[in-house]
Design a protein around this ligand. Structure first.
Ligand code: HAM
Length: 419
């Protein structure tokens, strides 16, 4: 076979027809759960202004400093969105969605782009579903977001997960905590990784997220932010936890949980799966009370989550969960000869208009090859048409599973197949 001339970019994959069924099923589940939780879908462009992402996600994050697919065109700076919270916040501000009244419960499904080193569960184009509650300060909103996220995994049948939560504080608590962290790490810095040394100056909280071996003993005993929370933030966190308890959503507190995006304030969470390997986060999110102001809107508290669809599908595979439903074709018209083909062309629309899925051969294959094709297409029935059938005005309807057949006029076939 000739070598293909072109291929997808590294870390970007085609979702082929044989796999698309599970994606469609997952998307259906997300839409249905969104309806139950009263979330409305929003679709934003896949490209945004680079400045929005830089300001929203944070200049010092890996996403902005290392992983952006960005380019210029004329005077404009474009970036392929690495996530959808800043875009949804932009859309909220740009279109004054607050004027619709109440909180805005929004959700999305779509591709995101990060120039990361690809590995299992980590791609450069990947897909997220996510949701944002914009305009609510109440811990009930945090818990609703978590419950919505968990409901989707429940529906899919993934239950072997751990919800980790933390409070990353407000700017006041974070300032005090950052100082304490720096005081703690400073004497040990020489023994720590290069990446942590760099983070020490710019973003010491991110040291807690280090995967480097030599950092682990220091991270283990590092001070925890929950000791530095202001009274109000601590009370908010307590309420989130007590609501989770009352709804019997189990969680583990992880006082060193910090997220890879800078906009978080107060609640932060991640959903971890042991079935994923190194990239073990199914999803994550938290509160971002200052983001909307940061990008030019009025002070508007908000909370949300996003989850990786590829990772969810990997977990399904590991757990032997079949999302894909068997696709069946209602009718395949098998034709013998030119007149029969003409009949087929005329009658396909009649079947389809009656709500049936229907197909036929277009390339003049033998009857045997057409029957094989009908099998491959998982046809429930075939209608076999040759010159004899055309003369009689009766066509052979074959039930493929039962291997039974009988001849009827077309109207009767239609009747049988639709009742
Ligand atoms: P995030 O933690 O950066 O959060 O991404 C959420 C999820 O997207 C991850 O847990 C993971 O499942 C998936 N993901 C991220 N990067 C990749 C990748 N390169 N390949 C495959 N899957 C990936 C956010 O994006 C925030 N916007 C979440 C949020 C919404 N916070 C508030 N609202």
């Amino acid at each position: 076979m000739a070598q293909p001339t072109f291929s997808t970019h590294v870390g970007m994959v085609d979702i082929l027809p044989d796999e698309v069924g599970k994606w469609q099923k997952l998307e259906r589940i997300i839409h249905e759960e969104a309806k139950r939780f009263n979330f409305e879908e929003v679709r934003t462009p896949i490209m945004e202004q680079t400045e929005l992402i830089a300001r929203g996600v944070g200049q010092l994050t890996d996403i902005v400093s290392k992983e952006m697919f960005a380019f210029e065109r004329g005077d404009d700076q474009y970036v392929l969105r690495p996530e959808c919270t800043a875009p949804v916040a932009r859309s909220f501000v740009e279109h004054h969605l607050d004027q619709r009244g109440g909180t805005q419960n929004l959700y999305y499904i779509g591709p995101m782009f990060r120039a990361e080193k690809p590995q299992k569960g980590r791609q450069r184009q990947f897909h997220q579903f996510g949701a944002e509650v914009i305009g609510a300060d109440d811990p009930a909103a945090d818990v609703d977001i978590i419950a919505f996220m968990m409901a989707i995994y429940d529906r899919v049948g993934i239950s072997n997960t751990t919800l980790k939560i933390n409070s990353v504080g407000d700017p006041e608590s974070r300032k005090a905590y950052t100082e304490a962290l720096k005081d703690y790490f400073r004497p040990n810095l020489d023994e720590m990784s290069e990446i942590s040394k760099r983070r020490f100056e710019k973003n010491p909280l991110r040291i807690l997220d280090s995967k480097e071996e030599e950092d682990q003993p220091f991270i283990e005993d590092a001070p925890v932010i929950t000791d530095f929370l202001t009274e109000e933030t601590a009370a908010h966190y307590e309420k989130v936890k007590s609501l989770l308890d009352s709804l019997e959503i189990s969680y583990e507190e992880d006082p060193h949980l910090v997220r890879g995006l800078d906009y978080y304030t107060r609640t932060a969470f991640e959903l971890i799966s042991p079935d994923l390997g190194a990239q073990d986060a199914l999803g994550g999110g938290g509160r971002y009370d200052l983001l909307i102001e940061e990008i030019g809107g009025r002070h508007t508290p908000a909370v949300g989550f996003a989850a990786g669809m590829e990772r969810l599908l990997i977990a399904c595979e590991e757990l032997d969960i079949q999302l894909q439903e068997e696709e069946m074709l209602d009718v395949y018209i098998v034709t013998l000869g030119e007149d029969a083909r003409e009949w087929g062309v005329q009658h396909l629309p009649k079947l389809r208009n009656a709500g049936l899925s229907a197909s036929m051969d277009y390339i003049g294959r033998s009857m045997k090859a057409q029957m094989k094709d009908a099998d491959r297409e998982n046809a429930r029935h075939t209608i076999i048409v040759g010159s004899h059938e055309l003369n009689e005005g009766k066509f052979t309807l074959r039930n493929m599973k039962e291997s039974e057949e009988e001849a009827y006029p077309f109207e009767e076939i239609l009747n049988k197949l639709t009742t």
